[in-house]
Design a protein. Structure first.
Length: 202
């Protein structure tokens, strides 16, 4: 590959990795400090938008996971130490997005699916963290509380829980689509230049 193309790829990874890492460092820290519920889902939505936008502008295999590694490195430095939970979240979300974009290219369906999986991972990781912190009894207590409220609910608690999770993970899916749409609009507004590298490269 020509050197100028390698430099372009590196510049995209650095710019978008820095952007994602900065968002995780600032907005992420603020959301966690304020104890905002499902803050990981909100951050996953922003991450999905950033990664989808980047992949549309620079459709090269491997650049998404590289961006995730850079963002995770920035988040480590911002925390003054290594905290496994947010580090794993950023890396796994980047890995999931990389797999989807490598398989399906930078399409709207792929962007939505990548965001959906990023949100699903964030939710699952948050649930696992609660279980590790409070034990399996936390799930039993939650199930018991839902059972007590079941008679007053219009539908089954299981259905409500499923719909709630589906609604939450749809936010990152929407973020991915919005990020890709923004990149397409940006490319269309400047037709005289090629910001990406053509089709998905192997």
């Amino acid at each position: 590959m020509p050197e100028h193309l390698r430099l372009r790829q590196l510049s995209y990874a650095v710019v978008f990795g820095t952007l994602w890492g900065t968002v995780e460092m600032t907005a992420g820290g603020l959301l966690h400090a304020l104890h905002v519920p499902f803050s990981g889902i909100l951050l996953a939505a922003v991450g999905a938008a950033i990664l989808a936008c980047q992949r549309a502008l620079c459709p090269v295999r491997g650049i998404t996971i590289t961006t995730g590694c850079l963002a995770a490195g920035i988040k480590i430095f911002s925390m003054g130490g290594v905290y496994l939970n947010p580090l794993v979240a950023v890396l796994m979300e980047a890995l999931l997005a990389e797999c989807i974009f490598s398989l399906f290219g930078a399409s709207f369906v792929a962007a939505g699916l990548a965001g959906f999986l990023m949100g699903l991972w964030s939710f699952a990781q948050g649930l696992l963290t609660l279980v590790l912190l409070y034990g399996i009894h936390w799930i039993e207590a939650s199930a018991s509380a839902l059972s007590r409220e079941a008679p007053s609910l219009p539908v089954s608690p299981v259905v409500l829980l499923f719909l709630a999770v589906l609604l939450l993970v749809s936010l990152p899916a929407s973020g991915g689509v919005l990020g890709l749409w923004s990149a397409r609009r940006f490319q269309g507004a400047v037709p005289g230049r090629t910001f990406g590298l053509g089709r998905e490269n192997a």
